[in-house]
Design a protein around this ligand. Structure first.
Ligand SMILES: *Cc1c(COP(=O)(O)O)cnc(C)c1O
Ligand SMILES: [Zn+2]
Length: 377
């Protein structure tokens, strides 16, 4: 039986309880053990929903989907070697957040909820707004005022009530909390259902590699919604006997906003406080207080991984060199590639013959205003 379980006090809730956080304030996880049989995966669903049997939603009729997912896994040369790059910028709303939004909003339908609230640096808000539009659910999306205009336009045109909050990403997170007292909080960082969608990243990658695990996976870590989802997915595949080992998981942060990198260096259990947030072009991962920071650090350590921080110059360099190969990604997405290149450089001697997987997280068309400004400089 699927349950929600508190990460702090271990209290359990029914999977049909409309809760997004424990009464004690702790974060909730989903307790669910899929019985995986790869020969039986073929289903009437395509895209990420082909793994329907391993997503703990009660009824098929509640699924909200654009047949998204199963994105290509392409080999890209970085100058330091080859990487397999999952093309998650090709999702319906232009970012991998659709993986999480599809499952989360399906669950919202299952719970019979008619209105939700969410806050985001833009892409999660756009994804949630699109799936709510498809499902006929009212939504209020809170974003920092400085968010790229492409993302703001998307959220409004999908019909969401858009709230632009002055100040930092943390000011936005605070602003939504009042609304979250009165409405269901469909938060990509708090709500555990989101991660049941992002876990399909791991299933797809393993299937695309012939049901083997990559050796090393390099993913962004702001709130770690893809990172932790992938960790759940790889863990399920390992526990189900489908793959032998969970890959080494490498988390990438922007050096200008790196609370997890700091903790990793100082061997701390939870995220470090950062005194002042410096602006970064990687707006999508500029998270000063990641609510699941301790979980990210634990996954990094358990898989013998590491955390890498990249400078603005490194992000810019990766952005231009990837675009010159015909891939159009937003600056946040380039930060991940910069991290992968840094990892390749550092480990040149030990990664020969190893399979490295990373991701394009967001489409460049979302960030046209900021990309043009960058190009003027
Ligand atoms: C959401 C997002 C990320 C990763 O963010 P997390 O906060 O770690 O979930 C990376 N790139 C883009 C483009 C994103 O939208
Ligand atoms: Zn609790």
């Amino acid at each position: 039986m699927t349950k929600l379980i508190c990460n702090s006090c271990s209290k359990e809730y029914s999977a049909d309880d409309p809760v997004w956080r424990c009464n004690c304030g702790g974060i909730l996880d989903i307790k669910f053990t899929p019985q995986i049989h790869i020969e039986k995966i073929k289903s009437k669903f395509s895209g990420m929903w082909k793994y329907r049997k391993y997503i703990p939603l009660n009824e098929d009729t509640n699924i909200v989907s654009f047949q998204e997912g199963f994105t290509p896994l392409l080999e890209v040369e970085t100058g330091e070697g080859r990487l397999f790059v999952k093309q998650d910028h090709l999702f319906p709303t232009g970012s991998y957040k659709d993986r999480g939004a599809s499952v989360l909003i399906s669950k919202v339908c299952e719970l019979g909820i008619k209105k939700i609230v969410e806050d985001s640096s833009g892409n999660a808000g756009a994804a949630v707004a699109a799936y709510c539009a498809k499902a006929g659910i009212e939504c209020d999306i809170y974003v920092p005022k400085s968010t790229s205009s492409g993302k703001l336009a998307q959220i409004e045109l999908y019909g969401a009530n858009l709230h632009k909050i002055p100040g930092s990403r943390e000011d936005t997170a605070e602003a939504v909390m009042d609304a979250a007292e009165k409405n269901y909080y469909a938060s990509h960082s708090w709500n555990p259902w989101f991660f049941q969608g992002t876990k399909t990243f791991a299933y797809e990658v393993c299937e695309q590699l012939g049901w083997t695990s990559p050796d090393i996976v390099i993913l962004p870590a702001g709130n770690g919604t893809l990172f932790l989802g992938a960790y759940i997915g790889f863990s399920e595949l390992k526990n189900g006997g489908i793959i032998d080992t969970i890959p080494k998981m490498i988390a990438v942060q922007a050096a200008n906003c790196a609370p997890l990198y700091k903790s990793y260096l100082n061997k701390l259990k939870g995220p470090s406080g950062i005194e002042s947030v410096v602006d970064t072009m990687a707006e999508g991962i500029a998270i000063a207080k990641p609510v699941r920071g301790t979980q990210i650090l634990t996954a990094v350590r358990k898989t013998n991984g590491e955390i890498i921080a990249v400078t603005e110059d490194e992000i810019k360099y990766s952005l231009y060199s990837i675009m010159k190969q015909g891939y159009y990604i937003e600056p946040t997405s380039a930060a991940v590639i910069a991290g992968a290149v840094k990892f390749q450089k550092k480990n040149m001697d030990s990664i020969g013959g190893k399979i490295l997987v990373t991701v394009f997280t967001g489409h460049g068309l979302k960030g046209t205003d900021k990309l043009m400004k960058l190009n003027e400089k």
